[in-house]
Design a protein around this ligand. Structure first.
Ligand SMILES: Nc1ncnc2c1ncn2[C@@H]1O[C@H](COP(=O)(O)OP(=O)(O)OP(=O)(O)O)[C@@H](O)[C@H]1O
Ligand SMILES: [Mg+2]
Length: 344
């Protein structure tokens, strides 16, 4: 049995302790330093500026998107830029309405409350949150059975920042109570080069533009992965005594099974099941999850968005289907031509 806390859709190799410390050190502290996501940055800036001019707490914000694109980082930036304290918690830690009541009732005025993986909160807590978000008030139940009464409790005004890799799982009443939902997109290669430049400077790694471009183009459009690959390249260069050259980058990425599109072991496992066992699909999500031995949620939130974005996979109502590019990338060019014609 897996407890609710342990099965968040994060790749198991991502979150060792030193990895967490490393991520923390590299987090941009301001919207200005935050690379890419121009639209979202502009939207957030406006929201914060307007709140500051009116001397009120900023509206509640929902951050949605695949892992590693900057949701936690943005939550910290919201607190930092508006000069407010930040409280961090997560959906899996809120298993009862009482857990949420304890957090809400201890907030100081203006505090930013960050709830990570907010779609995993207990249903009873969600209902409490509706009222809290709207009226800064909760009803606390005292006693049990016929003698139970509810006592209203006023809260300090706060800004809720929710993060989710699965915005589709949020109930509408909750989604509607956010003043703004930011949908984070995968990053372009040139944006990841900028992320890497900053990280290389901070880590003291000397590396040229071309090598950074190579890492960036193989980072699944994800800053977290870019930073992590940079660290592997640094290790490789250190041990091999070569410096972080383009050859060192290629050798390190080969060693860590990162292919030229940035696909990793799990991405490839998913594609190979669809192509080889199911003749290109359609395959249902649950069948796919069982076949690769992963949670359906991980496949859906972590693996598929990128495969869809780079055009190797499409999601249809009947199931997942490999595209022509999907067949071709895995060396089945003949199947690709037979199935889709050779006019692409
Ligand atoms: N726009 C960005 N510019 C620079 N660095 C970034 C950016 N976005 C993310 N990062 C870096 O990537 C790492 C991961 O970001 P973050 O933890 O905010 O992702 P997340 O969306 O919260 O992921 P998860 O869904 O797994 O919680 C951080 O170390 C952060 O420094
Ligand atoms: Mg996060």
């Amino acid at each position: 049995m897996t407890p609710a806390f342990d099965d968040s859709p994060v790749r198991p190799d991502v979150e060792s302790d030193s990895e967490v410390a490393f991520e923390g050190a590299l987090r941009p502290k301001s919207l200005e330093e935050f690379v890419g996501q121009r639209k979202v940055r502009g939207q957030l800036q406006l929201l914060l500026d307007a709140a500051a001019m009116q001397n009120r707490t900023p509206d509640h914000i929902l951050l949605a998107g695949p892992p590693g694109l900057g949701k936690t980082t943005l939550a910290m930036i919201v607190a930092h830029e508006s000069g407010r304290p930040l409280r961090l918690t997560s959906g899996p830690a809120i298993q009862h309405a009482g857990d949420l009541a304890a957090v809400l009732s201890s907030l100081v005025p203006g505090e930013v409350l960050f709830i990570d993986e907010i779609h995993r909160m207990a249903r009873s807590a969600e209902e409490m949150l509706y009222l809290a978000m709207e009226d800064f008030r909760i009803d606390i139940m005292v006693g049990k059975g016929a003698g139970a009464t509810s006592i209203p409790l006023d809260l300090a005004p706060f800004t809720l920042v929710g993060a989710t890799t699965r915005s589709g799982l949020l109930p509408n009443p909750l989604r509607d109570r956010f003043g703004f939902t930011a949908h984070l997109e995968f990053y372009e290669t040139d944006e990841l080069v900028r992320v890497l430049h900053r990280a290389a400077d901070m880590l003291g790694v000397r590396i040229d533009e071309e090598s950074l471009g190579e890492i960036a183009s193989r980072s699944r459009g994800t800053p977290r992965i870019a930073n992590r690959l940079l660290r592997r390249v640094r290790d490789y260069a250190l041990v091999a005594g070569t410096g972080a050259t383009l050859e060192a980058v290629r050798a390190a990425l080969l060693l860590y099974d990162v292919d030229e599109l940035g696909l990793d072991r799990l991405d490839r496992a998913v594609m190979s099941i669809i192509l080889e066992r199911f003749d290109g699909g359609p395959v249902g999500l649950n069948t796919l999850a069982v076949s690769v031995g992963e949670e359906a949620e991980t496949i859906e939130a972590v693996v598929e968005p990128f495969l869809v974005r780079i055009g190797l996979l499409s999601r249809t109502p009947r199931g997942r289907i490999a595209t022509k590019a999907g067949w071709a990338h895995f060396g089945f060019s003949r199947n690709a031509d037979v199935l889709f014609g050779d006019d692409l």
